[in-house]
Design a protein around this ligand. Structure first.
Ligand SMILES: [Zn+2]
Length: 236
């Protein structure tokens, strides 16, 4: 009996290693360094940004004149065909949740160490439609946000802004049209929770910024106190 109990106790760990072997999260080919998540090569070429030490950075400049931010930062630079794109793709479409968790932990630690850092009252992830979340198994921004929240000791809430409608394709639309288009699909259902508070908005990647801007507008309409942005990657 005790042998069976031991076996059952060991099984999940064994299964875990079978499903997620000890290979680099970025390239999926080389072994991870000891007590790390990446291989030596990927660790050296990981394109970390300087956003945590410079207030006037690519993210804050991107939203300048559109959204008033306390600070804004992306952890990594996004390039087409890069290891960053590969990892974000796996996080979003291949059920590789741990990628969001690891980058959330790294981003949270960088934020705490940053001279620009002000502790937010609340973390809000950019929502995805519930049918999409069901298919994907999770919202990748929430996975990232929860990991950041764990490091900062701040709550990450998915029940404040929700995505109630499918968004149309953004292709061929102007910036204003894109923001208007996404503005209609988001709903701020708990406005009392953001009033006069500092909200940290988290997302996987900033590309056009229309989605984040639309969420910021919703928060502004509800008299949010301050807003900051943190993402895994940024295209600019
Ligand atoms: Zn690697």
């Amino acid at each position: 009996m005790s042998k069976i109990a031991t076996y059952i106790k060991l099984l999940p760990r064994d299964l875990f290693h079978t499903l997620f072997p000890d290979i680099c999260l970025a390239c999926d080919t080389q072994p991870k360094i000891r007590q790390g998540d990446f291989c030596v090569e990927c660790l050296h070429k990981m394109p970390y940004t300087d956003h945590f030490t410079i207030l006037d950075n690519a993210v804050t400049r991107h939203f300048k004149g559109r959204v008033k931010l306390e600070y804004g930062a992306a952890l990594l630079r996004f390039r087409a065909g890069s290891i960053v794109q590969n990892m974000l793709h796996k996080l979003k479409y291949k059920k590789r949740k741990e990628i969001g968790e690891i980058f959330g932990e790294i981003a949270g630690q960088k934020l705490i160490a940053s001279p620009l850092f002000q502790k937010p009252d609340l973390i809000i992830p950019i929502p995805i439609h519930h049918l999409k979340e069901k298919k994907r198994g999770y919202n990748q921004s929430s996975v990232f946000g929860k990991a950041v929240g764990k490091v900062l000791g701040v709550e990450c809430r998915e029940d404040i802004i929700i995505k109630s409608k499918w968004s149309e394709s953004q292709t061929g639309k102007s910036r204003t049209q894109r923001v208007d288009n996404v503005d209609e699909v988001f709903e701020l259902i708990r406005p009392e929770l953001v009033r006069s508070r500092h909200v940290l908005i988290v997302d996987d990647v900033v590309t056009t910024g229309a989605t984040i801007e639309a969420c910021c507008l919703k928060l502004t309409e509800s008299q949010v106190g301050k807003m900051s942005i943190l993402t895994i990657a940024s295209a600019s």
